[in-house]
Design a protein around this ligand. Structure first.
Ligand SMILES: [Zn+2]
Length: 325
């Protein structure tokens, strides 16, 4: 039988595990997911990962596995392939995931932060193909940032992943779990939007809150409810979204001025409502134009959605097996 060289990309999240088998040219041959059940500990978790990979590779006729890449919720040490102690996977302390996979499959394995994996995926097969300086911002429960320069991940000191979501936007802003105040993600993330809505609804002196369709729902409100209410014409929700969009644009402006990327890709749950954020984003982009002429930077939605992580993890291990130029 003819053999087919393949690599596997794995996306390890707090609740779900996804893996895909790819050709070196970037064709996704098969993909599946499983529950990670993180609370059962890292031993069982690693076994779930290897079982999912075994099952997927066995389903590809003639597959010859060349490597396994994993994108994970951080912090992760990309140079040693060790998952350090992610808040989202409690009890998973210093798990040498890359070494374990290498041992099990007898091929190179690597570990990347999930934001880094996502931008690599978009560079390889998504909305940022071939873009020299590709920045990506993921706006979900938090804000993640990642940067690819000439096809290579920008790595910080020690190989660590820079945390653009914790740039300070307002020193008088709300406290963030990182220890600072008014971080980008504490002002513009989905979590921040929901929190601001709950606070506003609890304020009996706020006339918009008294007339809001969200009134009475305060306890279980999430960012999606606020977005939907804004679309339905609710003045309080519109005010909250406009403010979050303005903060979001402010953070993008900082990144724009620091890096002058060719393209900024936007992804994550909130970006499914990009139209609500775009006027504020455009306003901030225009402020950069004395320095960065119009049209030099493109701001666009990412393309691969939930699959960006597996594409990028696969590309990360391909780059290590066959280093680019
Ligand atoms: Zn912070």
């Amino acid at each position: 039988m003819e053999t087919q060289p393949v690599v596997v990309g794995v996306d390890l999240g707090a609740t779900s595990l996804r893996a895909g088998v790819f050709t070196p040219q970037g064709q996704l041959l098969t993909v599946d997911q499983a529950e990670i059940q993180a609370e059962q500990g890292s031993e069982k978790g690693v076994r779930r990962i290897t079982q999912l990979i075994e099952r997927l590779v066995a389903g590809v006729p003639g597959a010859r596995l060349q490597g396994v890449g994993v994108g994970t919720t951080g912090p992760a040490d990309a140079l040693t392939g060790v998952l350090i102690n992610p808040g989202t996977l409690p009890g998973w302390v210093n798990v040498p995931i890359a070494a374990r996979l290498q041992e099990r499959f007898g091929v190179p394995a690597c570990l990347e932060n999930d934001g880094d994996a996502a931008v690599l995926g978009e560079y390889w097969m998504g909305a940022g193909q071939g873009v020299s300086r590709l920045y990506m911002v993921t706006l979900g429960t938090g804000i993640g940032t990642a940067f690819v320069v000439e096809g290579r991940l920008y790595r910080g000191a020690g190989g660590f992943h820079p945390e653009g979501g914790h740039q300070v936007i307002d020193p008088d802003g709300p406290p963030c779990y990182c220890g600072a105040r008014g971080c980008w993600e504490s002002l513009a993330s989905g979590t921040a939007i929901a929190k601001r809505a709950r606070e506003a609804l609890a304020d009996s002196h706020n006339p918009l809150a008294q007339n809001s369709i969200l009134r009475g729902e305060a306890e279980r409100i999430d960012a999606r409810d606020v977005v939907e209410a804004a679309r339905a014409g609710d003045a309080l929700a519109q005010q909250i979204i406009e403010q979050a969009a303005d903060y979001f644009g402010m953070g993008l402006f900082n990144l724009l001025m620091l890096f002058f990327p060719d393209m900024i890709l936007l992804s994550g749950g909130v970006m499914r409502n990009l139209d609500l954020f775009m006027p504020a984003i455009q306003g901030w982009v225009e402020k950069s134009q004395p320095y960065l002429p119009s049209g030099q930077v493109k701001i666009a939605p990412a393309k691969l959605g939930y699959y960006a992580g597996i594409y990028g993890a696969a590309y990360a291990i391909l780059q290590r097996v066959n280093p680019p130029g």
